[in-house]
Ligand binder design. Structure first.
Ligand code: FCB
Length: 452
């Protein structure tokens, strides 16, 4: 009898299974208990900036319903939860006087998570810069890095007795590029110089944040979250190739290269020269413990002479599969990205986001069936295991997201949750994919490999 193909090596016994969320996308309670405004509160008030005029004012009302949400996570069986602290909830003007009520909220959440056996993974910045700091220049001002370090120190002092897993920033390149060069996110600036300054100052803030966390949290395990996605020219022309090469620097390398390799990629290094001061690279390249990867699918780039940097988002080739919301499904690109990170940066990897959007709704019986999400997750889980079999040191997987939530410029029009949220009533309904993920985690724990 022919022998069966060798099984890929199992995931590590201490592999972390989690879900991810972020403050502005789920908390709501935008004006409760002294929270200050963020740049996203303002962005949502700009006509046509967000689908349907939606905002995170109420979102999932997680600020009030968090006990129910922790109970959902316990039912799911995850042993980790990645969430973000809203800087304007704990420091309403970004600096100076703290808001005790805001700090208390995260105390309660952390304590309940720990009691439920779920490890908190705390992200300090998921795009909701306090508006008052934006008015002082935001990330295009070098001072913002120091403000961020003070905020990181405040959180480290407050929660560091219970939280060891810390994340400095979520998706540096998304909020700098879409906030300062392409007008898809707050603060909606389109200016090359401001974009460049923001890139460098956010890198400085990351380094200063790592230093604060190391100094204040004994045994801290620190990472940063990068969105890396292969950039493919929409069609093979010299203009599209040049567009893809520059976007690749801005999107994939502007942050991990200086943070982990100590230098900027070539085109960016030349452009950043006026803003980089002596000693800056050493301030940025502070050792971290792991690489957080957010990945959904590849990017297709095209030349766009009218755009701030001369590139724009192109179309995926026809005939491909997508999320139902226009995001291409390419599990091989996920596998290759994990391998490329391992080769290039040589540190352990944690997948901090991967998941699938859609327009899920309850059927006549009230059940929410989302076969497209299960199909997506199935092939991406397989790709993850292929990468591990080929040597990628992957330590955990966090699915985006626990709940349907405020999906930035798409408002409530794109649902990523394992749990359906009826935004009129706040009723939570676990979808079919919730059960699927719960089964996957249970089988992994029991050593029954669903992907031989
Ligand atoms: C990522 C963001 C996250 C969510 C998902 C769908 O880029 O980090 O907040 O919007 O995409």
């Amino acid at each position: 009898m022919p022998s069966a193909a060798p099984a890929p090596p199992p995931l590590r016994p201490d592999f972390v299974w989690g879900v991810s969320t972020s403050a502005y996308q789920i908390e709501g309670a935008a004006e409760a208990d002294g929270r200050g405004p963020s740049i996203w509160d303002r962005h949502c008030r700009i006509r046509d900036a967000v689908y349907n005029g939606d905002s995170g004012d109420v979102a999932c009302d997680h600020y009030h319903r968090w006990p129910e949400d922790v109970a959902l996570m316990k039912g799911l069986g995850v042993n980790a939860y990645r969430f973000s602290i809203a800087w304007p909830r704990v420091l309403p003007t970004g600096r100076g006087a703290v808001n005790e009520a805001g700090l208390d909220f995260y105390d309660r959440l952390i304590d309940r998570l720990l009691a439920a056996g779920i490890e908190p993974w705390v992200c300090l910045y998921h795009w909701d810069l306090p508006l008052a700091l934006h008015e002082l220049g935001g990330w295009s001002s070098r001072d913002c890095a120091g403000r961020y370090a003070d905020y990181a120190a405040l959180c480290a002092r407050r929660y560091g007795d219970r939280v060891t897993r810390w994340i400095t920033f979520n998706e540096f390149s998304v909020f700098t590029l879409f906030g300062y060069a392409i007008p898809w996110a707050a603060p909606r600036i389109t200016d090359r110089a401001q974009h460049l300054r923001a890139v460098h100052h956010v890198n400085l803030a990351h380094g200063a944040g790592v230093d604060a966390l190391r100094a204040l949290v004994p045994g801290a395990s620190i990472g940063a979250i990068h969105n890396r996605q292969v950039v493919i020219p929409e069609s093979d022309t010299p203009e599209n190739r040049a567009a893809a090469a520059l976007l690749d620097e801005h999107w994939n390398r502007a942050f991990p290269d200086p943070q982990l390799l100590g230098h900027y990629p070539p085109q960016l290094a030349a452009a950043l020269e006026p803003y980089v001061q002596g000693g800056d690279m050493a301030r940025i390249a502070r050792p971290v413990d792991w690489f957080g990867l957010n990945h959904y699918g590849p990017i297709f780039a095209k030349a766009d002479p009218a755009a701030t940097w001369g590139y724009g988002w192109g179309e995926a080739p026809p005939g491909g599969d997508d999320h139902g919301v226009g995001w291409a499904i390419f599990p091989d690109a996920f596998r290759d990205e994990l391998l490329e990170i391992q080769r290039r940066y040589r540190i352990p990897i944690v997948v901090t986001e991967n998941g699938c959007g859609g327009n899920d709704a309850p059927d006549a019986t009230g059940a929410v069936n989302d076969p497209h999400r299960i199909a997506y997750l199935t092939v991406y889980q397989k790709a993850l295991r292929e990468a591990v079999a080929r040597g990628a040191d992957v330590r955990g997987f966090f699915l985006w997201s626990l709940l349907d939530n405020f999906e930035w410029g798409s408002g409530y029009g794109n649902r990523f949750g394992l749990v359906h949220v009826d935004f009129a009533t706040q009723k939570r309904t676990p979808k079919a994919s919730f059960r699927w993920y719960a089964d996957l985690i249970a089988r992994e724990r029991a050593g029954v490999r669903p992907y031989p």
